[in-house]
Design a protein around this ligand. Sequence first.
Ligand code: IFM
Length: 463
Amino acid sequence: MAYDAVAPGSSQQSDPFTPPSDSVLWRKDFLLGAATASYQIEGAVSEDGRLPSIWDTFSATPGKVLAGDTGAVACDHYHRWEGDLDLLSRLNFEAYRMSVAWPRVMDEAGRPNRKGLDFYKRLLGKLKEKGLQTFVTLYHWDLPQHLEDRGGWLNRETAYRFADYADLMSRELSGHVDAWMTLNEPWCSAFLGYGNGHHAPGLANLRYATQAMHHLLLAHGLGTQALRANDPSSMKGIVANVGRGTGETSSAADQRAAHLFEVQHNAWILDPLLKGEYPSDLWELWPGAEPLVLEGDLQTIAAPLDFLGINYYFRTNVKSDGAHGFIESPLPDVERTQMGWEVSPDGLRDLLTGFHGTYANLPPIYITENGMASDDKVHNGAVEDPQRITFLKRHLAAVDQAVKQGVDIRGYFVWSLLDNFEWAYGYERRFGVVHVDYGTQQRTVKRSGELIAKFIEARKTKR
Ligand code: IFM
């Protein structure tokens, strides 16, 4: 391990990022970027023809989001985007991962909304001018409400509407985008959105979750066809959030529980994409919840990817529930973040090396999100975030270890550039390397952001 864990407030907080000289992090072709998503930062939800999304509806429903927060203003990025892109340059990032708000660019009849499209064209044009690589997600959870009114991801038609959207975006933005990602974290859209109701649209039925997942993956496959037809020179991929599960004991039952945890979090998405089939163990966990799959769907879903985006945050310790499933068994005395998530860089390394062993056709990987929330405050114009600094160093070291064990990893995006609307947790949880004062919209680069900037600068001069 190149870096040791450091308790928050430790004197090591301002130590620069200095990976060992043989680390992939020094490699010229290893990208370092920052990520955001439309609903979490843009605000301006009723401006220039943007239609309501499921998150507008959900966050306006009492009791769904902490403190009743909504994305109506968020970081006001829709108006402050130029300053935010200047921050990216100031922090020396080489790539930016962002998402397009579907309800901003298409009307209910599927016609383009020019004002919305122009916003993204200006933004992507400026990123290119600044020399940043552009990674664009088409769906980071803000489904147009009018599609949800027709059944949302439970309706197979939504997959075809997504393909129309991908078609429009790739015709309009071809040449502005280096890498397209169809979906961000279909697990969250399907399971949290339709399985337990913690996210929009707030439905809670496992059978819904598996059907929604199937239609999301189908949307990915159909959307990818459109992207390939219209923008052949860009990369096409999808982003999966993956979870490390470990068993409370070495008993066969607890090890099986850990396996099932990973099937539910990882193989549910990765098997159809990379093997063209759903993992049969999933139906042991959720008997009778198989989705309706039509002939040819799995071939569409499993078409080759140019890259796979991996989002990783934490490990979960589990034990057998005594029947066919698992229950969480949180470890005491482990480091956790403001989200309560266990910090486990080894989990990232182990997942990456595991996928490398499991999937013969694993495409090149980008870590499209990694980061942590802390209760950061501005003191005398500065934000000290020592836990994040150590977190990032340790996870970058884990990425390097995975590369050394043979995994083809091409880049890393910190989540997030800015503090932003953290879904059901509203604005309380701060993931940014830049602090946002939501009252004044003042941005303050955190110490972690400064250290990343210094490291990328050092990388440039070393080249
Ligand atoms: O904020 C989210 C992001 O939208 C998707 N991945 C996880 C992040 C932290 O919860």
